[in-house]
Design a protein around this ligand. Structure first.
Ligand code: MRU
Length: 330
């Protein structure tokens, strides 16, 4: 079964604790926007569309007070939780706009309805991404993916993994290669787990093996997600995506970026204008039970990089498939 990242219970938001997967399947319960913001910053929930959905529910929780000032402060806190994924800001702005159009006594119900609408819309957009994306795949497609842009990262069946799920539903036999995605291991811990839960064959590889796999002709297409797509088509996604895009161009393997409309940011002109989050050094230096580096080592820890439009074969969104800067869609 394809897993879910969120459940909303009216007075609480339940989040599958993605920090503990695959070792423990634990749901955590949140009743305040401040705690939801902390959960987003701490990667309990992660992935651009999923944090947008979580932030919307977080704001709905704040709205139960009926106090507009509390909602405004909660909005600021939620938006500040992670800077790169535009879906977070997009969802919060959308709720604030709805709040501005209703009376105080309608505030709570309106925010809740809008959060639920965002969640349901995200699920529909994922499904459409899957339907458009599967048309790019053959009968037994071998797909390489990076990080986790699956169900755990969205309110539906994912973005980069949506074509895989739709192709499998149609009786085709997709096989996925998942890069482990250092340092937080979203590929090893999350993509491998969710595909296994869904019964899709998945093979894990270290990030450094991806270029060699492409060189050996063992991948038909690369699908990745996005945290933000600038107006010029540059793509911010998990650190390491750019290196994969370079290798895909070298070996002429199509590089597809799958994202819903909420990830396209017309207000950010180019990739260089996208704010890049840097993560705490401990995520790199203290990841394992035993130290893998000297105590206090200096770390460079961007969570995302930018892939220029020139390296993208096509964008697969809920609206269809649009060519990138790499020429022909194969
Ligand atoms: O740091 P994360 O795990 O939130 O990074 C997630 C990614 O980079 C995903 O590829 C992106 O958000 C798209 S999720 C559909």
């Amino acid at each position: 079964m394809i897993p879910r990242a969120h459940e909303f219970a009216g007075d609480a938001l339940l989040l599958l604790d993605q920090r503990r997967l695959p070792a423990k399947v634990t749901w955590l319960r949140y009743t305040t926007a401040a705690d939801v913001a902390a959960a987003i910053a701490d990667l309990v929930v992660r992935g651009a569309p999923a944090i947008g959905v979580a932030a919307a529910y977080g704001l709905a929780l704040a709205g139960r007070s009926g106090d507009r000032e509390e909602v405004r402060q909660a909005a600021d806190r939620l938006v500040a939780a992670r800077p790169t994924a535009i879906n977070l800001k997009w969802a919060v702005k959308r709720l604030l706009a709805r709040a501005g159009a209703v009376s105080d006594d309608q505030l709570a119900a309106t925010l809740r309805q809008e959060a639920e609408a965002i969640h349901a819309e995200d699920a529909r957009m994922c499904r459409r991404i899957g339907e458009h994306g599967q048309q790019l795949l053959g009968e037994r497609p071998r797909i390489l993916t990076y990080c986790n842009a699956g169900a755990l990262a969205t309110g539906g069946i994912g973005t980069a993994l949506a074509p895989v799920y739709v192709a499998a539903e149609a009786g085709r036999q997709p096989q996925v290669y998942a890069c482990e995605t250092r340092p937080v291991m979203q590929g090893a811990r999350l993509t491998s787990w969710e595909l296994t839960q869904a019964g899709i064959p998945v093979t894990l590889l270290v990030d450094g093996a991806a270029a060699f796999l492409l060189a050996r002709g063992e991948v038909d297409a690369i699908f990745v997600g996005a945290d933000r797509i600038a107006a010029n088509g540059d793509v911010a996604n998990k650190i390491g995506t750019y290196a994969l895009a370079c290798a895909s161009a070298r070996h002429d393997v199509p590089f597809y970026v799958a994202a819903p409309q909420s990830t396209f940011d017309p207000h950010t002109p180019a990739g260089a204008d996208i704010p890049i989050e840097f993560r705490p050094p401990e995520e790199l230096s203290d990841r394992f039970a035993e130290p893998v580096s000297p105590t206090g080592i200096s770390c460079w820890t961007p969570a995302f990089d930018v892939t220029p439009r020139a390296l993208v074969t096509a964008y697969v969104s809920d609206s269809g498939v649009e060519p990138g800067g790499r020429g022909q869609i194969t």
